[in-house]
Design a protein around this ligand. Structure first.
Ligand code: F0G
Length: 414
């Protein structure tokens, strides 16, 4: 039986799973490759675990542990994350122009975004490796998640944020959990380069999605949504793309679920970028010949990224799933966000890119109306309240504390 190990996505070289490294000696990105033991009956085991009271069975990440990386059960760091809602919303289905649409709401994770699924895995790996100082570059969600999980595990966290470009809620959350915040005078891509070089020099343990364990945790978004659907794969899965960690994780999760006999067909992946931060989309249009970094600008600050570090992994994910990449304008993102918010689900702007992208791909006849679609909502509505107050036609009514005048206002609004 072959071992679980780290393998290079570029040249195929392999390294021991617990060797502390982020890239191959050829500079290629590393991924965890699973031991070759049979994974065939695991969905039944995952189902049984839903009845358990143990945290590592209830967690929407560690419930799937045989498909991630092996450790003794008590070493898993957990809150417990995942177990997010799976929603069908008839109004939004009509809005998008399809017949079958569901949302997986990753904003329901402990720190309010999907990052918790990757972060519990990276922090668990950090403990196993014996490192004590963790770091990430972030547009605000990775930092909140790192801050929370480092606090939970008793480790130190340094986060590097683009100064003035992170929503107030994410900044407050990151500080509240006790991370040390360095506001970099530059953008996310500058902060990312700094963290990479600090990590190479051994100063910090990097938990951005370059870290292969992050990708392992994020695979469970796909596996949990497949479990929600009784292991019936949809035709399409749509996800917003920034640094492309999720796109990479989704490609790996789909491929493995298919290879291991958990699903009978592979869903197609659609990564949706904001037009002002769309280097992956531009590369896709040129047949993925190269990646040209760009200066990013978008209302969806979570995906304001011009030089995605997971590019090569993400290309593989799109190619292996016969996927597509699209880009939507800020106006399209905010229109989709308003529709999601009014449905009661709510999400932050970047998350709404998935629904905006769906509408565009249906209009372009790339997704057919009768196809079965799942869209991922990546972050909670409270993650970016500034975006709500600034761009939606919303305000409260100031009233005197007097019944008669309030009744007059009620009459006017009824
Ligand atoms: N949606 C939200 C809410 C995000 O926070 C991010 C990334 C993405 C989508 C894009 O995911 O990078 O895997 O393609 N946020 C990172 C952060 C960059 O630092 O919080 P991706």
């Amino acid at each position: 039986m072959s071992e679980t190990k780290l393998s290079c996505v570029a040249c195929g070289a392999s390294y021991p799973l617990w060797e502390l490294r982020y890239s191959c000696s050829c500079e290629g990105l590393l991924e965890v490759t699973q031991a070759s033991s049979s994974k065939l009956g695991l969905p039944e085991l995952f189902e049984k675990r839903l009845m358990s009271r143990k945290v590592w069975d209830r967690s929407g990440v560690w419930r799937f542990r045989e498909g991630l990386f092996p450790l003794s059960e008590t070493s898993y760091v957990s809150m417990p994350e995942g177990q997010t809602g799976y929603y069908e919303v008839p109004g939004l289905t009509r809005w998008a122009g399809v017949e079958h649409l569901a949302f997986k709401h990753e904003g329901e994770n402990p720190s309010g975004s999907f990052k918790d699924r990757g972060m519990c895995a990276a922090v668990t790996a950090a403990k196993k490796l014996g490192v004590t100082t963790l770091a990430c570059a972030s547009t605000g969600n990775t930092s909140s998640s790192l801050a929370a999980y480092a606090a939970r595990a008793g480790l130190k966290a340094f986060v590097f944020l683009p100064a003035g470009k992170v929503s107030a809620g994410k900044m407050a959350q990151t500080l509240a959990y006790g991370a040390k915040v360095l506001a970099v005078k530059g953008d996310f891509d500058d902060a990312m380069q700094i963290v990479r070089s600090l990590a190479q020099a051994g100063r910090v343990y990097m938990v951005n999605s370059l870290n292969p364990f992050r990708i392992e945790g994020q695979k469970t978004i796909i596996w949990e949504l497949l479990q929600d659907r009784n292991w019936e794969a949809p035709d399409w899965i749509l996800v917003p793309g920034g640094n492309l960690g999720n796109t990479s994780a989704f490609g790996k999760a789909i491929e493995e679920a298919y290879q291991w006999g958990w699903i009978q067909k592979k869903p197609r992946l659609a990564t949706i970028q904001a037009m002002g931060a769309s280097p992956f989309f531009r590369s896709y249009e040129r047949g993925f010949q190269s990646l040209e970094p760009m200066q990013a600008e978008t209302v969806a600050t979570a995906i304001r990224i011009g030089h995605p570090v997971n590019f090569t992994r993400a290309v593989k994910a799109i190619e292996k799933t016969r996927g597509v990449v699209a880009a939507v304008s800020d106006a399209e993102i905010m229109a989709a966000k308003a529709a999601i918010d009014r449905s009661g689900l709510g999400c932050e702007p970047a998350s709404a890119a998935s629904l905006a992208g769906l509408k565009q791909l249906v209009a372009a006849s790339i997704i057919r109306p009768e196809e079965d679609v799942v869209a991922i909502l990546t972050g909670h509505v409270l993650k970016d309240t500034d975006a709500i107050m600034q761009s939606q036609d919303l305000s409260c009514y100031d009233v005197d504390a007097d019944r008669a005048s309030i009744e007059a206002v009620l009459d006017r609004l009824s």
